[in-house]
Design a protein around this ligand. Structure first.
Ligand code: SAH
Ligand code: AVI
Length: 338
């Protein structure tokens, strides 16, 4: 039976095996409006990447994961495949909390290993994309008999306090290299927030994309089929729909460049012509010069030292560094110090 629970911040719907907390509603639009007001009125325009992921953006991201140029997904999957059993034994996790869970495709390898190890009881996906959290909850409860799923539809930068209290050894997973999408200052702040989800004996498993040949990197973010370009432009469609803006996505070119100083990829949208756009809900007019670029994402690339320093700044110690033979991508297991 579905039981609505009164909560001013988050609405909860509980079924026997599935509980879903939804923290978005108005908050989603408010955060987008704030980000647009802040980001599009700066001299160098910028929007945060979390707004890519409406239902269409999530679909495009899935297509990106299958592209020959986009090595992170298949590489992380191979590392997980090789190490899932060992990770399950090391962590003995009863619950898996996943930040930015998406379709949880790779997570199934961990869920399988924990299920076989007999420890797994609960899965807690946290994602801004409502459809992902809901479909994931449905699929996983039927794939893993006895598994409880407590989904949190929310922004992991604002709603980590909505992750339910632990009921046993906890493994927090943050896959895909999404940690690279934070600018460096807020990256460490976010890792500290994650650390607060961990008690003694709990673990964090995080994927990090590694520094490599800039050509390999730029191709991964500027594929031949133009799927990443479409993903980038989809942000403008989100603004058109959510805030009644009148962007023509075809007025912008997709740009992906590697910043060698910061060792991160930047995605930008470059105006093909000078024009002014109106964001009707905000009463805002935004002018773009011809060739002007708006930053839509950074995707930082890591070294082992950088990951260890970031974890240490969050009060976590590295337990395992797992990588592929070409050292394209790394999975790091960390824990609070004993
Ligand atoms: N973990 C998956 C998906 C990575 S894509 C994988 O490794 O393939 C990034 C995911 O994080 C998307 O599902 C997106 O909806 C989610 N996401 C991005 N920013 C977010 C935020 N601020 N809060 C919650 N989820 C977010
Ligand atoms: C989700 N995140 C880790 C992806 C990345 O590689 O930074 C998002 C992405 N952007 C373009 N392609 C994929």
């Amino acid at each position: 039976m579905m039981e609505p629970v009164a909560d001013p911040e988050c609405a909860t719907l509980a079924e026997s095996a599935i509980t879903i907390d939804s923290c978005l509603h108005d908050g989603r639009e408010r955060s987008l409006a704030d980000d647009v007001l802040d980001g599009l009125t700066r001299p160098f325009k910028e929007l945060p990447p979390k707004h890519f992921y409406d239902a269409r953006g999530a679909e495009l991201f899935d297509q990106i994961c299958e592209l020959p140029e986009y090595y992170p997904t298949r590489t992380e999957r191979a590392i997980l495949q090789a190490s899932a059993e060992e990770l399950a034994a090391l962590t003995g996790a009863a619950e898996l909390v996943e930040l930015g869970s998406g379709t949880a495709a790779k997570t199934r390898m961990l869920l399988d290993a924990l299920h076989e190890g007999g420890t797994l009881r609960r899965y807690i996906p946290v994602d801004v994309t409502e459809t992902m959290v809901r479909s994931c909850a449905e699929e996983l409860t039927s794939e893993y008999p006895g598994l409880k799923v407590h989904g949190v539809i929310g922004d992991f930068e604002r709603h980590l306090d909505r992750v339910p209290d632990p009921t046993g050894a906890r493994l927090v997973v943050f896959l895909g290299g999404t940690i690279g999408n934070f600018p460096p200052g807020s990256r460490r702040r976010f890792l500290r927030e994650i650390a607060r989800l961990l008690g003694p004996g709990d673990h964090l498993l995080m994927g990090a994309d590694l520094v490599k040949d800039p050509q390999v990197l730029t191709q991964a973010y500027d594929d031949a089929q133009g799927v990443t370009a479409e993903f980038n432009r989809n942000l403008l469609r989100v603004l058109n729909r959510e805030l009644r803006a009148d962007f023509d996505p075809e007025d912008f070119d997709h740009v992906a460049l590697f910043d060698r100083e910061h060792e991160w990829i930047e995605m930008r949208l470059r105006a093909r012509r000078a024009h002014t756009t109106t964001v009707h809900d905000l009463g805002l007019s935004v002018h773009f010069e011809q060739g002007e670029e708006m930053r839509t994402e950074i995707s930082a690339k890591f070294t082992r030292e950088r990951v260890e320093d970031d974890l240490a700044a969050a009060g976590l110690e590295l337990v395992s560094w797992l990588t592929d033979p070409e050292e394209l991508f790394a999975l790091t297991l960390a824990r609070p110090p004993r």
